[in-house]
Design a protein around this ligand. Structure first.
Ligand code: DLL
Length: 438
């Protein structure tokens, strides 16, 4: 269901809206945020220098470090009295980043998430089971407000307490489930443990994101639950969920909410803009945010963008699924690999389960990768210890070979027993990085 006519608007109309909003945003940050005043001055930029969308490329980038340096409130562009909500990302090192919303920001965010849920198959009057974590993470409340805005009956389960999740799905009969793909896997596993056949539930659509997942993982989730699973993307610094959403009709690229965000793809090394279709780092500029507008934010996420009229009727710019993060890229003897490509290869082997961890270390200054992955439960059921050991070795060899053939890197694989890898209740910890930062 298309909620807003802008989703199908011709490019000329979209560009006009974008330019008006870009000018507004640049003026807004220039007037109200000392940080932007400083960096614009350094780059000899004033708001009057924005007369076309291409002029965006002359503006300086912002990064997570800028948010950290101005922690907690330094980048806010409105009086604190107008702020009604804060969220924060935990961050792996140093200070978290804090993001803020005015009432109008929450309204806009709710509209965009309603749009996203609708793009992913949700309909007013139906029931949405929201298993994203509530709290400082933007997933839970973001999906919650959007679901209510769409007019869906919203079940605010949050993450965790997996037994209860299963019970509520069984009792309330939702048609849409939202959560990280790894946590939804945990829910599926619990259903199986409790003797519920996951494909027989009332669920029809899944809106999964907040962490990288592969096409193979999509098929596993879809087949297990007998649903259509679509990708939702976003990040706190830019808004939260709702920046882009894959449609259930095409399942081929995520529609970017271009009326609220300008997207660019840059080469992370040279920082030059890349043409459509090429993989690079996503950079977003917000066009309508009041409390925390953001200019050319370097996300660290790798994807490509392209324009096409989609089978769903939408004309907005699309982005590919996230292939990885700039800082997660594994370089083994000059070959670049992202963890999601490894996931894809693991899941081509029938006997292996979608529960894995990647251990990255440095050996003689080179990246080295060990993969720990579980065997499926049904492979070990009834098998003796000796046979299991033999299977583990054979599967590890097979995985090493598959990765060598398809990703062109040498890795060490270790196949472990079902249940050995910690289960996710939110964003899965897939990578254990023991490389010392240089
Ligand atoms: O993860 C927002 C979100 C909530 C998105 C719920 C989708 C659903 P942060 O916690 O700030 O915000 O983390 C943002 O998560 O830069 C990506 O690296 C990653 N990420 C988000 N969505 C996807 C996705 C939320 N669909 C960071 N695929 C981003 C891959 C994703 N990675």
């Amino acid at each position: 269901m298309i909620l807003h006519e802008i989703e199908t608007a011709p490019q000329s109309i979209m560009e006009k809206i974008q330019l008006d909003r870009l000018k507004q945003t640049v003026k807004h940050v220039h007037q109200n945020v000392p940080f932007y005043q400083r960096i614009f001055k350094k780059h000899l930029i004033t708001p009057n220098d924005i007369s076309t969308l291409q002029d965006l490329q002359n503006l300086p980038f912002t990064t997570k470090q800028d948010l950290r340096d101005n922690y907690p409130y330094g980048l806010f562009a409105v009086n604190r009295k107008r702020i009604v909500r804060l969220h924060a990302s935990s961050g792996t090192s140093g200070k978290p980043t804090v993001v803020a919303y005015t009432k109008a920001d929450i309204d806009m965010w709710s509209d965009l998430v309603a749009r996203a849920i609708s793009i992913g198959g949700g309909k007013p009057g139906e029931i949405l089971h929201n298993a994203y974590g509530y709290g400082l993470f933007t997933g839970g409340l973001g999906l919650h407000y959007g679901s209510e805005r769409l007019g869906m009956i919203t079940v605010p389960v949050s993450g965790g307490n997996t037994f209860r999740q299963v019970q509520l799905i069984d009792d309330f009969k939702p048609t849409v489930i939202c959560g990280t793909p790894s946590y939804v896997l945990t829910i599926i596993e619990k259903m199986e443990e409790l003797g519920i056949i996951p494909s027989t539930t009332s669920l029809k659509y899944g809106i999964f994101g907040a962490e990288p997942w592969s096409e193979k993982m999509r098929r596993i989730l879809e087949n297990k639950l007998n649903i259509k699973a679509c990708d939702i993307y976003g990040l706190s610094e830019v808004l939260g969920p709702g920046v882009a959403q894959e449609c259930h009709e095409a399942q081929d690229g995520l529609h970017i909410a271009e009326d609220h965000f300008l997207v660019e793809v840059i080469d992370p090394k040279t920082k030059r803009n890349l043409p459509e279709g090429e993989d690079g780092e996503l950079v977003f500029t917000s066009l309508t945010k009041e409390a925390l507008p953001i200019i050319r934010y370097r996300t660290g996420d790798i994807a490509s963008i392209w324009k096409e009229k989609c089978v769903c009727g939408r004309t907005t710019m699309k982005m590919s699924r996230i292939k990885g993060r700039v800082d997660d890229m594994i370089i083994i003897r000059g070959v670049n690999v992202f963890p999601s490509e490894i996931e894809h290869q693991i899941l081509t082997i029938e006997e292996l389960a979608p529960h894995y961890q990647l251990l990255l270390s440095k050996e003689k200054n080179l990246d080295s990768l060990e993969i720990m992955v579980e065997m499926k439960e049904k492979e070990v059921n009834g098998a003796g210890e000796l046979l299991i050991e033999k299977m583990r070795v054979a599967l590890a060899n097979q995985l090493e070979q598959v990765i060598k053939d398809n990703c062109f890197i040498a890795v060490r694989a270790k196949v472990v027993l079902p249940g050995s890898i910690p289960r996710s209740e939110g964003k899965a910890v897939r990578i254990i990085d023991k490389r010392v930062p240089v």
